[in-house]
Write a protein that binds this ligand. Structure first.
Ligand SMILES: [Zn+2]
Length: 249
């Protein structure tokens, strides 16, 4: 309900309701020359000017409101601009001047760990144990097939070949599965995946390099692995060297 005020003999009368106002108009207490005001008006006006419609303050105010809805606030600088001079990104509006900065931020944002859930130390440790068991079973099978069981375990040549075999099997197993599926069987079982910082699959070459970078992580008393527990993107040393991330699928 709108409240009206009107001027009578130099003093202000009101507030009165719309209905009362209209009845005073009928009684000619309020004439086209009476100064009137309501909360939608900027200034007091002659009633005659108000009823002319389009020129009334109320009408002008409402058109101003429409105008201001065409202006948006730039999310970068906080200034207001007409929509036509701005670009929209989702719910955000950016002015022409701030656009380069904003676009740059967006680009950087793509590399931010927004959508990826990095896998922590313990789940990766679990995956490693599974892989370790599988790799040792494969090794045993190859050694058995090669007739190693018939050679004395203390024979140095057996030990050397066995070691090389282990290295080769582990490298082949890891490189193939990471390059092909982004995960070893242990990682698949733990729903983990090795990806690029952008979340893309890694190449065979990167998988191969990463495997040998793991050697380094192991050689320094496994500190390279433990680093994952203290990194905000849960990167191990070999993840850092090869620029990879381990994420939950
Ligand atoms: Zn701006």
């Amino acid at each position: 309900m709108m409240n009206w005020y009107y001027a009578e003999k130099g003093s202000q009368v009101g507030p009165i309701s719309d209905d009362e106002f209209q009845s005073l108009v009928k009684k000619r207490t309020i004439t086209p020359n009476t100064l009137v005001w309501n909360s939608t008006m900027k200034d007091w006006q002659k009633y005659g000017d108000v009823v002319k419609g389009g020129t009334s303050d109320a009408a002008r105010l409402s058109s101003e409101a429409t105008e201001s809805s065409k202006n948006m606030t730039c999310v970068e600088c906080g200034n207001t601009f007409p929509k036509d001079d701005m670009i929209q990104y989702g719910d955000s509006w950016v002015c022409a001047r701030c656009k380069p900065v904003f676009v740059q931020k967006l680009k950087e944002g793509v590399n931010l760990p927004v959508a990826m859930e990095y896998a922590g130390f313990w789940i990766r440790f679990g995956a490693k144990i599974i892989d370790g068991i599988i790799i040792s079973v494969i090794n045993e099978m190859i050694e058995f097939a090669a007739g190693f069981v018939w050679i004395s375990a203390s024979n140095p040549s057996r030990t050397g070949i066995s070691f090389l075999l282990q290295v080769a099997v582990t490298a082949a197993y890891t490189t193939f599965l990471l390059g092909r599926y982004g995960a070893t069987i242990g990682k698949m079982a733990c729903k983990l995946k090795v990806v690029t910082p952008e979340g893309e699959p890694i190449s065979y070459l990167r998988a191969f390099a990463r495997h040998f970078a793991e050697w380094l992580s192991a050689l320094i008393l496994f500190i390279g692995y433990i680093m994952a527990a203290f990194d905000e993107q849960k990167r191990s040393l070999h993840d850092r060297i090869c620029d990879t991330r381990v994420v939950r699928k």
